[in-house]
Design a protein around this ligand. Structure first.
Ligand SMILES: Cc1cc2nc3c(=O)[nH]c(=O)nc-3n(C[C@H](O)[C@H](O)[C@H](O)COP(=O)(O)OP(=O)(O)OC[C@H]3O[C@@H](n4cnc5c(N)ncnc54)[C@H](O)[C@@H]3O)c2cc1C
Length: 288
């Protein structure tokens, strides 16, 4: 087993659809919505993209039978964007058609993929109204992208952004990223179609809660969205306050790149991993 798996387990709902389905059911029973994500990105072959597409189709069909309203998050590089755009488009169209009344949302990847992802979203949304898009507050371009998505009434998930980007195209200080997040978040809450505010940052959440109260934004007109295994106390608090909370629930065998992004987001995560490696290496486990 990979050395990082004990850490990964905290952030992923297992490696197969069955365990993910159980985790999503448990979340649903407690009042949470979910966005299911099959882990995988930057595939090199058509076969890999086809099999990722088929997994999504299988998953969507499983959910039809249990009737839980779902979001399905998809990365375009997992559907073959780096191989051939037309091929990727066809895979996405198949998923969107199968999803029916459930939402399919494009995750936003690193900046090499921003423009093609948005173009694909605008193109496919004309035939598939169940398509939503994630955007990143750290990119300078996102303000213009949000305006365009609002104009088309495409549902947007706003997050800070998880990749290392060049300062020529992205804010790099926490202060600037937060400021832009709030400008975009307020606009989406007022003018967007069912936006999702995707952060665990208490500073931002407090500002958003004050804005929602001051502007009388109905709790049913947007979602808070957080990652599986992160800030579970805040997820519960927002739910208790009467807001809709969606939990982004990734699963699958290709968990390493996702886990590394989560690992780098908090220094305590690094400490956790190092402690585990230390225990394993020196045979210090209590249960032997
Ligand atoms: C629902 C959802 C979908 C996302 N989709 C995308 C996407 O499509 N593209 C993209 O680039 N990024 C995506 N992200 C990731 C996002 O861009 C950030 O990297 C991530 O959310 C951390 O930023 P934050 O706003 O929570 O603030 P931070 O300042 O990073 O975190 C605030 C607090 O949250 C807690 N926290 C945050 N992350 C962790 C962690 N890994 N482990 C433990 N505690 C943590 C800590 O208490 C931390 O102090 C998504 C995030 C969410 C919540």
């Amino acid at each position: 087993m990979h050395l990082l798996y004990p850490f990964a387990k905290r952030f992923i709902a297992g490696e197969d659809p069955h365990t993910a389905l159980q985790a999503i059911r448990r979340l649903h029973d407690r009042g949470f919505l979910s966005s299911a994500d099959i882990l995988g990105e930057n595939v090199d072959t058509r076969e890999q993209a086809d099999s990722a597409r088929d997994l999504y189709i299988e998953l969507i069909k499983k959910f039809e039978t249990i009737d839980i309203p779902m979001d399905f998050s998809v990365k375009l590089s997992q559907m073959g964007l780096n191989i051939d755009r037309g091929f990727c488009r066809q895979n996405l169209a198949t998923i969107l058609t199968t999803a029916g009344r459930n939402t399919v949302r494009f995750d936003m990847e690193d900046s090499d993929h921003t423009q093609p992802t948005l173009e694909m979203c605008l193109e496919l949304h004309s035939q598939h109204k169940n398509l939503g898009q994630a955007v990143q507050a750290y990119l300078f371009r996102t303000k213009a992208d949000v305006d365009q998505l609002i104009e088309r009434q495409i549902s947007v998930r706003l997050c800070k952004g998880a990749y290392k980007e060049n300062p020529s195209i992205a804010y790099t200080s926490m202060e600037d990223i937060r400021e832009n997040f709030l400008v975009l978040g307020y606009k989406l809450l007022k003018e967007g179609n069912m936006p999702a505010i995707a952060t665990h940052d208490e500073y931002l959440l407090q500002k958003i809660l004050s804005f929602v109260e001051k502007e009388n934004i109905p709790p049913q007109s947007f979602h808070f969205e957080m990652l599986y295994g992160v800030a579970r106390d805040l997820q519960n608090t927002l739910l208790k306050k009467g807001f809709q909370v969606r939990v982004y629930t990734p699963f699958g065998k290709a968990w390493l790149p996702y886990t590394i992004r989560r690992l780098l987001e908090k220094k305590e995560n690094i400490v956790f991993v190092v402690k585990n490696l230390f225990k394993e290496f020196f045979g210090l486990r209590k249960i032997k």
